[in-house]
Ligand binder design. Structure first.
Ligand code: MEV
Length: 389
């Protein structure tokens, strides 16, 4: 049992130093520990305090660069925020194997997100569907009027879907607003639009609106990439075959598929963190997509006629380069400069390539020396360093 009570009223109203003092006293932090918390690094404490409530410190992680990436013919140095040893080195190493055979080829990505509006207690489902259909253009116009800047830049609602569903609380209609969010992740624009049209939708359905929120299953924002990895650099035909066996395992077994996909997300989330993107939204979308037809690996593998490994990865990726932390976090802005990126689409293309690369790196290590060897090398380095110090 803790000796303190966690009940604190008005904690959010205190200044950062008052909050820290209170926590120090309650918990019994030492002066040394308090000094660590007081070090905000490159952040202005005030800027943290307006970002989120109850802030007492900032939290730092390693910021690394993965090398050797060539994607759609362009070279990229890829910033990654991740604490796990070997991940960045492995990505750089495997990127070189793809680079030799032309690099990563990523498809164009539509920047379309879904806003969901839930309508319940509907008088007549058929009439409701008909009424929404008949007023589709009016609903789209209503939503678009709410974000004139997005419209001016070429984005906005492009379509509307009507989805009657059966639930444990009876029938409902879920309306999907399909919104081209351009370079944003999109949650703000989409949520505002969903909230705007909900009362009108409820009226058309002679029902009641409830939830109005973006869907993180960004099924219209699918990123796809393909690359061929040099068989000799991978370790020869046996290594390639071993990766195919590893893939077969993941395809047949959800216990393995979860870990297989985790390896993919090691890369994607490290880049999302480095660029100030919403990592939880990306994770949610990826795993739901993987589960659409029974939980499966997000990537697939084959061997080409020369014996090289062909890898493909496909998943929804809601990356933004404007809004939220992408603009306010100093490192997020620097990351975009390092990447030399001008659009959310390009950032998602790098992410999907990095995810595929990370996946190959993990499978290669797992199917040969095992994952611990790389980890232990770094561990050894750490031990050596602390002995030297
Ligand atoms: C560890 O962070 C990631 C791996 O478990 C991925 C995998 O098993 O494919 C090595």
């Amino acid at each position: 049992m803790n000796s303190y009570s966690s009940e604190i009223s008005g904690f959010y109203k205190l200044s950062i130093s008052e909050r820290l003092k209170l926590i120090k006293e309650k918990v019994g932090l030492t002066d040394e520990e308090t000094k660590v918390l007081k070090n905000f690094g490159y952040f202005e404490p005030e800027s943290m305090d307006i970002l989120i409530e109850n802030v007492i410190a900032s939290y730092q992680l390693p910021y690394s660069i993965a090398c050797n990436f060539k994607i759609n013919g362009k070279d990229y140095l890829v910033p990654m925020v991740i604490e796990e040893p070997s991940v960045v080195a492995a990505a750089s190493n495997v990127a070189r194997m793809a680079r030799k055979l032309g690099g990563f080829h990523c498809e164009k990505i539509k920047q379309v997100m879904i806003g969901q509006v839930q309508i319940v207690k509907i008088k007549n489902m058929d009439d409701a569907v008909r009424n929404i259909e008949a007023n589709k253009e009016k609903i789209i116009k209503l939503a678009n009027e709410k974000d004139p800047i997005l419209i001016k830049l070429g984005g906005g609602v492009i379509d509307l879907e009507i989805r009657p569903i059966e639930t444990i609380k009876g029938p409902m209609i879920i309306v999907h607003l399909l919104v081209n969010v351009l370079d944003a992740m999109g949650a703000n624009a989409v949520n505002t639009m969903a909230e705007t049209v909900a009362p009108y939708l409820a009226e058309l359905c002679e029902g009641q609106y409830l939830l109005r929120i973006i869907s993180n299953l960004a099924i219209h924002r699918i990123a796809k990439c393909k690359a061929t990895f040099d068989k000799d650099m991978l370790g020869g035909p046996q290594a390639v075959e071993a990766i195919i066996y590893a893939y077969a395992f993941a395809k047949a077994d959800p216990f393995r598929a979860a870990t297989h996909n985790k390896g993919i997300m090691n890369g994607i989330i490290a880049l999302a963190s480095a660029t100030g993107n919403d990592t939880r939204a990306i994770e949610a979308g990826a795993h739901t997509y993987a589960a659409l037809n029974g939980y499966s690996p997000l990537s697939k593998f084959d061997i080409d006629s020369d014996g090289n490994l062909i890898g493909e990865l496909e998943l929804p990726l809601a990356f933004g380069i404007i809004g939220g932390l992408t603009k306010t976090h100093p490192l997020a802005r620097i990351s975009l400069k390092i990447l030399g990126i001008n659009s959310a689409e390009e950032l998602a293309q790098v992410a999907v390539a990095l995810g595929l690369c990370q996946n190959v790196a993990a499978l290669r290590a797992l199917a040969s020396e095992g994952i611990q060897a790389g980890h232990m090398k770094l561990h050894q380095r750490k031990k050596q360093k602390s002995n030297e110090d």
